[in-house]
Write a protein of this length. Sequence first.
Length: 63
Amino acid sequence: MSREQLTAKDLNKTPIDRISRKVDINDLLAKVREEKIKEQKENYIFLGLICGVVAVTGIIASF
């Protein structure tokens, strides 16, 4: 069985009280903001690594 089918079956077994629960928009917005900040940090780390590789390559090439 594929994992997607298992997930769909698991979702169908959720209790009704969990489904009828209200969603707070502020919680959702906070999660989106946290994810955005996390993505920005990852992008800065990636950019720093690229700059470091370029700098090291330039130093090695200059000798």
